[in-house]
Design a protein around this ligand. Structure first.
Ligand SMILES: NC(=O)C1=CN([C@@H]2O[C@H](COP(=O)(O)OP(=O)(O)OC[C@H]3O[C@@H](n4cnc5c(N)ncnc54)[C@H](OP(=O)(O)O)[C@@H]3O)[C@@H](O)[C@H]2O)C=CC1
Ligand SMILES: O=C(O)[C@@H]1CCC=N1
Length: 281
């Protein structure tokens, strides 16, 4: 790949640019970006990652191999209207938009395009994204390889059916936020039980890393690993009892289902009835 273009330069674009840049797959100069109006933000990204930015769409799309759509779903209709004439069949369009269907993107562009829908997460910034990809039939084998190579630079990559991407969004796209929410609660409680912030932070982070590594290395189910922490009549049992009384596990299940449902709703913001991808019967 010689030129990768980001349309939208917010949190997700930055996480990807940071991860791709650090991997060395593409020199910063060959990564291009634009946004709607925030020129200061583009200057910051240029300084931080050595990328090239412009508001000149002709220059932006010239000889581009792949275009990443990285605006909010609510802004996608206007953005597509602005860029559709620059999109060609030879380009690979990579959409990270939550909920928006490949067919809706082609409909907005008013042409057939090679489109990959990707659902990464912000851990892309440190090469630790969990990314799911779905491609349409116009994506060539070479482009499929290229997109996988690209997302491999920012973490783990897996291919799924397009209808599964809303679930991926609810689970791992939004997932880092659920973990940060838990950490916020752990930090809050640490302050209330008399631990200094810095000490608590170190202990919490190592606990998360250790648990993640246990889940990776051990063959045991998470429930079994939990039981092994839980001594009868001990502290964990007392703590988990409170979580159970407050329905925390079922709240997490509802949370992920609601996020998945919201992904489906966001798809409709491109203003096309093709947006919702149904599970095949
Ligand atoms: N954040 C996350 O964790 C994840 C986000 N996503 C998806 O990534 C996408 C972007 O999210 P996020 O980065 O958080 O959003 P941000 O709000 O941080 O960034 C949105 C970007 O889109 C730009 N933009 C808006 N309209 C246009 C336009 N017409 N032309 C060009 N650029 C435009 C904005 O420019 P300006 O600032 O000038 O207005 C801004 O740079 C969303 O679709 C989201 O679903 C997917 C996975 C994870
Ligand atoms: O909250 C959102 O809509 C985006 C999609 C996944 C993570 N952030």
């Amino acid at each position: 790949m010689k030129k990768l273009v980001f349309v939208g330069a917010g949190s997700m674009a930055e996480a990807m640019i940071s991860g791709i840049g650090a991997s060395g797959l593409l020199p910063g100069k060959q990564i291009w970006a634009t946004n709607k109006q925030d020129a200061d933000r583009l200057r910051i990204l240029e300084q931080r990652f050595g990328i090239t930015t412009t508001y000149d769409l002709g220059q932006l799309f010239e000889n581009a191999d792949a275009i990443v759509l990285a605006m909010k779903p609510k802004d996608a209709a206007i953005a597509m209207e602005e860029i559709k004439h620059y999109l060609t069949e030879g380009m690979l369009v990579i959409s990270v938009l939550a909920g928006v269907a490949i067919e809706a993107i082609e409909a907005a562009a008013e042409k057939s395009l090679a489109v990959t829908r990707a659902m990464p997460n912000t851990s892309a910034a440190i090469g630790k994204s969990a990314t799911a990809l779905a491609v349409n039939s116009h994506v060539s084998d070479a482009q499929r390889k290229l997109v996988q190579e690209l997302f491999n630079t920012i973490g783990l990559t897996t291919f799924v059916e397009e209808y599964q991407l809303d679930a991926v969004t609810g689970l791992s796209g939004s997932g880092p936020a659920y973990i940060y929410y838990l950490v916020e609660a752990m930090e809050k409680s640490a302050a209330e039980i008399g631990l200094e912030k810095q000490t608590a932070k170190q202990l919490i982070i190592q606990t998360l890393l250790g648990a993640a590594e246990m889940l990776t290395q051990s063959d045991k189910e998470p429930a079994q690993l939990r039981f092994e922490v839980t001594s009868p009549g001990g502290t964990t049992e007392a703590g988990i009892k409170v979580l159970e009384q407050n329905g925390v596990q079922s709240a997490f299940v509802s949370c992920i289902k609601e996020a998945t449902a919201q992904s489906k709703k966001l798809g409709a913001l491109l203003g096309n009835e093709l947006s919702a991808v149904k599970r095949p019967l």
